[in-house]
Design a protein around this ligand. Structure first.
Ligand code: PEP
Ligand code: MG
Length: 777
């Protein structure tokens, strides 16, 4: 069993500390939770945090796991006094066996620490100023290894920022209390002028909490995806002046046309000319005589411009929705889109997201995959959603683009006005609204610290993934958009293990034709210069919808008509996509992957379409890759059972743990209510994965795990132990996974996995993994 190391503990602890903070209410509770976590992680009997008092000279024991409770808050020492004081004084780590025999040792009887025979203390800093010490102690004399000291330093680094952060929050709360009290006094004394000078604004307005979907710290203005601009809340104002309303309408129409041209251009640059075509249609509608006449006539009849837009576009939407022809029916969505943008411009809220001019933090109730596809990622520094789905595709995409994100932030839309200055701390789970200068400064510093941490990982980007014995592990990228290519290359991905082809089609007006799809895939294949690209055929349905392909309403879409089932029922669309993929295969190594396969019939039906596609291309004399490896996603429990049979008819498997876990455990991957049931370490899941790995090994077939599961270090150890040697993940996770890998011994991982697979519940498995680490020292 490998020892837990700095990066391993650091990465895991970052996430766990975020969770702890969410459960804590104040600094002391946060510290209490942190010491408990660290003692557990470092496998020590004691972990204590001492913080420096305001005098800059006194260290006070603020939290401890392992020392007597009576000592907490009581025991103090001067800087330089005892071993803890020594660490603060020297601003260096102090690591000592048999501390009692050290000349600087000082015994504090309240602590009961005479039982401990080793001491490791690390100073905590706020910038360069010491703010305290984190110390661990063990009963057995123990020489702490370089990995352990480095791990505690990493944790210390995080604890420092949390202490600073928590102190800021405490002071915000204090300020708010002060303000309340003060407001009451004001009431009594009616000295209203004083309020100006003692306003609470000097620290900021508010902090909201959420769950971390992707960590990081960013700041910037809010870009609010405001749903209030819907059609329902516009009322018909009485007494409006028609001439003025006509003028307002003209102005808004002009603005909307310009925006639309801009959108068309941008989508054409970022995706393709064809993706942008939908905006050309929008422009034509905005210039359509019939539409304009209707709008003007209604204003002449005495209605306000916003009401008229709501009424006229509402009628069009209803009319389109009633059409027989599916193409025309789908135009209702275009009418809604245009109507909304026009209304936004009319009521002066120019916050339509697609026109982001500057980088900012996106705030929305929820983000659909199509929103993410249409947004300008370069301008999105962070994402905040009220909805809490951790495994939604929007979150997966935020992860793959490396954008810090907080989900489940209740009240965000109500509290955050457009353009409000925000700080998003997706390490500790806080969103600061209108932060004061002091908070901003703190975070500027933290942002710098975080980017330093990223720099530390940069060295891993171009190194191959290898276990501690040098066994090669391949790390590829999950991508969805053309803009992911750059992110993946920057993170050192070895090609693409999963290209989700549904995303590029979400901003379009209709299904792209073969040539357009080919051009798109070709860009991806050429982008990776000789590295393989696994292209998955359309996986729509579930939570992935195409605006122009409306599936029937289903009570249970994840169990319904989704993915390869839709493709097989729309054979022409399917064949055209496969032809485009085969054509792209001429430009570099491409693999073809079918999603949601549950048995041999579907696989064979897919292969028949491939044969048809080949014959077609041959007949047309179009060059294509003759030898493309075919593979299936193993993401339905039936496919796990069928893996031996499936393996005889494909070249590779892709393990889709996101779906496999939800289907095996009957726990919707997007439903926070059943989050606790969605457990990657469930023995049924682990056994299924091991079974698939065994089949692939025996049959000498490729196996790549491409679910989000691989991004968690604890899971990763077991996956390595199962013999999986290829992973595909959101690319920002690649450097840190390489760092982690260097600390994992494949041999030890194998032993641990073998043992874990005999266990009956995931708690036992987790406990075992921790215990094994402890025993291995
Ligand atoms: C999966 O299910 O694990 C997977 C990778 O596919 P998706 O997340 O696109 O459903
Ligand atoms: Mg899936």
């Amino acid at each position: 069993m490998p020892k837990p190391t700095s990066s391993q503990l650091g990465v895991a602890t970052l996430e766990d500390i975020s969770t702890l903070i969410l459960q804590s209410h104040d600094l002391d509770e946060t510290l209490r939770n942190i010491v408990t976590l660290v003692a557990k992680r470092m496998r020590t009997e004691v972990c204590s945090i001492y913080l420096l008092e305001d005098d800059g000279q006194t260290l006070r024991l603020r939290a401890s796991k392992g020392l007597s409770r009576r000592a907490i808050g009581k025991v103090t020492m001067r800087v330089g006094e005892g071993l803890t004081g020594l660490a603060a004084e020297q601003r260096k780590m102090v690591s000592i066996q048999e501390p009692q025999s050290h000349p600087r040792y000082r015994y504090f009887k309240e602590t009961g620490e005479e039982r401990f025979h080793s001491f490791l203390g690390i100073p905590l800093f706020d910038r360069k100023t010491p703010i305290g010490v984190i110390a661990i102690q063990t009963k057995a004399p123990r020489q702490f290894s370089p990995e352990e000291t480095s791990a505690l330093s990493t944790i210390g680094f995080q604890v420092s920022s949390i202490v600073v952060n928590a102190r800021l929050l405490d002071s915000i709360r204090q300020k708010e209390e002060e303000t309340d009290r003060f407001a009451r006094e004001l009431e009594q004394t009616r000295k209203s002028l004083l309020a100006e000078t003692r306003s609470p604004q000097d620290l900021g307005k508010k902090a909201l909490q959420g769950q971390v979907a992707y960590p990081g710290v960013v700041s910037g203005p809010a870009h609010v995806l405001d749903e209030k601009l819907g059609f329902t809340d516009i009322i018909d104002e009485a007494g409006v002046v028609p001439a003025q309303e006509q003028q307002k309408l003209e102005g808004a129409l002009e603005k909307t046309r310009i925006q639309t041209i801009f959108l068309e251009k941008r989508v054409a640059e970022r995706l393709s000319q064809d993706d942008a075509a939908i905006f050309h249609t929008h422009l034509m509608i905005l210039e359509d005589r019939g539409v304009l006449d209707k709008l003007h006539r209604q204003i002449e009849a005495g209605h306000s411009a916003p009401y008229v837009v709501k009424k006229v576009f509402g009628e069009y939407i209803d009319a389109f929705k009633r059409m027989e022809d599916p193409y025309l029916r789908e135009r209702a969505a275009d009418m809604e889109d245009i109507g909304r943008r026009l209304l936004a411009n009319l009521v002066g809220q120019e916050n339509h997201l697609l026109q982001l001019k500057s980088p900012g933090i996106l705030v929305a109730r929820e983000l659909l995959p199509s929103d993410m596809a249409a947004l300008d990622h370069e301008q999105i520094r962070g994402i905040v959603t009220e909805a809490g789905e951790q495994n939604s595709h929007a979150v997966i995409m935020a992860k793959s683009l490396g954008i810090p994100a907080l989900v489940g932030v209740r009240g965000a839309l109500k509290e955050v006005p457009p353009e409000q200055n925000l700080i998003l701390d997706a390490n500790s789970g806080y969103l600061y609204i209108a932060p004061a200068e002091r908070v901003i400064e703190e975070y500027r510093r933290l942002e710098e610290d975080c980017s330093r941490e990223l720099h530390r990982l940069e060295e891993y980007r171009n190194l191959p993934g290898e276990t501690s014995e040098g066994e090669r592990i391949i790390l590829r990228a999950n991508i969805g958009l053309i803009s992911d290519i750059d992110v993946a290359l920057r993170n050192g991905a070895e090609g693409v293990g999963l290209y989700r082809t549904e995303f590029p089609y979400m901003t379009r007006g209709s299904f792209p034709d073969r040539e357009e799809q080919y051009q798109l895939y070709r860009r991806v294949v050429e982008g990776f210069e000789g590295q393989p690209t696994t292209i998955r055929t359309l996986d729509i349905g579930g939570d992935k919808a195409l605006p122009y392909f409306s599936p029937p309403r289903e009570d249970n879409p994840f169990m319904g008509w989704r993915s390869v089932r839709v493709s097989l029922d729309n054979r022409d669309i399917f064949r055209i996509q496969i032809e485009a993929i085969l054509m792209a295969g001429v430009h570099g190594p491409v693999k073809l992957l079918f999603p949601m396969i549950s048995g041999l019939e579907e696989l064979r039906a897919c292969k028949a379409v491939v044969a048809e596609a080949r014959a077609n291309l041959r007949r047309e004399g179009i060059p294509f890759a003759e030898e493309i490896p075919l593979g299936v996603m193993i993401e339905v429990p039936a496919a796990v059972q069928m893996a031996p049979q499936l393996s005889l008819e494909v070249e590779f498997f892709a393990l889709g743990t996101n779906d496999l876990i939800q289907y095996m455990l009957a726990a919707d991957r997007n439903n926070p209510l059943v989050n606790k049931y969605y457990d990657p370490l469930h023995p049924a899941v682990l056994n299924a994965l091991a079974q698939v790995a065994k089949v692939a090994r025996k049959q000498e077939k490729g196996l790549c795990l491409c679910g989000e599961m691989a991004s968690d270090p604890m899971n990763f150890l077991l996956l390595i132990g199962m013999g999986i040697r290829e992973f595909s993940m959101p690319s920002p996770f690649i450097p840190r996974t390489k760092a982690l890998l260097q600390t994992i011994s494949a041999k030890e991982a194998r032993k641990a996995t073998k043992e874990a697979l005999t266990m009956a519940d995931s708690r036992q498995i987790r406990a075992y993994l921790q215990k094994t680490m402890k025993n291995e020292g």
